[in-house]
Design a protein around this ligand. Structure first.
Ligand code: ADP
Ligand code: MG
Length: 327
């Protein structure tokens, strides 16, 4: 069905029907001028936003409408994870071209709510507009965190151990496989189309360790390492042999004649967490490692030492901000 058959308000009614869920802290839901929320006692609010735009962040040749909604939500959930918090409420702005049907919009919301629900996060409002060029999905997400669990980028200390969750490079491997064959199905392709936010992992980390600094890898390991060092006024040294790259990812690199190391350094949208801890925390990390995959990839050094990768050969290379940058 075409959107102009039901109109903007008909569409909002449909969205309302699909997103409405009871929550005692939502005093006013979709339907008024603004949502009204009762904040939890003693928690800090975390407020973030992230946008997906057709042709910039996704391509309809290989994204379903569900996956667009899913990924837009994950980008925001991941920001909340990186601060150590839990997601709560979302406002969703959608820009729709004439070619998009009512069913397509419903699919975008179904994808979005499928992943949001896992973390008890609710859509409480948004905005809808006609977009002459391409689909836009922009989400503003409100989260909460206990003061003692809040983690920033700026808290790293010299000699902190640099750690990363999961495996790196697979997001980019998936994107390159999809560009070659848009119908491809593999675990990397899933990592690009249906990534998972590391909320549970982040909560395990902040509850069990003193995390000095943390950032989510949405623009590549190199780029995020630069942000972390800049915000903490330090340098960093990481070791090539410690960067977690799965054997499957290495195989994909052989197949596509690309360097998996470069993927790992520059792959955007990994949604893994990069964090630093004091060496004294390492024994506690051992326990945490039984529950989540964490790799120790390097250490924080003085600012003047820069951001350095020590290759397997022992050679040191100044790292560039090779992560994905828009401008
Ligand atoms: P206003 O004219 O005051 O901006 P709207 O007509 O845009 O109001 O929105 C009416 C209600 O519908 C509001 O509660 C708003 O949050 C909600 N809403 C509008 N668009 C969306 C959307 N795309 N997703 C979720 N809620 C929406
Ligand atoms: Mg509006």
């Amino acid at each position: 069905m075409k959107i102009d058959q039901i109109g903007e308000f008909g569409l909002i009614d449909l969205i309302k029907g699909r997103t409405l869920s009871k929550d005692k802290s939502v005093l006013v839901n979709i339907g008024d001028d603004a949502a009204v929320i009762k904040p939890s006692k003693g928690k800090l609010l975390i407020f973030t936003t992230d946008t997906l735009m057709e042709k910039v962040h996704f391509d309809l040749r290989y994204f379903t409408f569900e996956q667009i909604g899913w990924k837009a939500m994950v980008a925001n959930l991941s920001d909340i994870a990186a601060m150590g918090g839990l997601p709560k409420f979302a406002l969703v702005t959608i820009g729709l071209p004439k070619s998009v049907s009512v069913e397509n919009v419903i699919s975008i919301y179904d994808g979005m709510t499928a992943i949001a629900k896992r973390y008890k996060c609710k859509v409480v409002g948004g905005d809808t507009f006609f977009s002459p060029k391409g689909i836009l999905v922009s989400i503003a997400l409100l989260g909460e965190v206990e003061k003692s669990f809040l983690v920033k980028r700026s808290g790293a200390k010299k000699d902190d151990v640099i750690c990363v969750t999961g495996d790196l490079g697979e997001g980019q491997a998936g994107l390159e496989l999809l560009r070659k064959s848009p119908r491809k199905k593999s675990s990397f392709v899933r990592k690009h189309l249906n990534p998972l936010p590391r909320i549970d992992e982040a909560r395990t980390l902040v509850k069990n360790l003193k995390i000095n600094s943390m950032i989510d890898i949405s623009d590549g390991l190199s780029s995020e390492l630069f942000h972390l060092t800049q915000e903490s006024n330090l340098g960093a040294k990481i070791y090539e042999e410690r960067i977690p790259i799965s054997s499957k990812c290495k195989k994909a690199g052989d197949l596509l004649k690309k360097s998996p190391l470069l993927w790992a350094l520059s792959s955007g949208e990994e949604y893994e967490l990069l964090f630093t801890i004091n060496k004294r925390e390492l024994h506690k990390l051992e326990k945490v490692k039984k529950r989540i995959k964490v790799s120790l990839i390097g250490e924080m050094v003085k600012r003047k030492e820069g951001v350095v990768l020590q290759e397997k050969s022992g050679k040191k290379r100044e790292l560039k901000k090779t992560g994905f940058e828009h401008f």
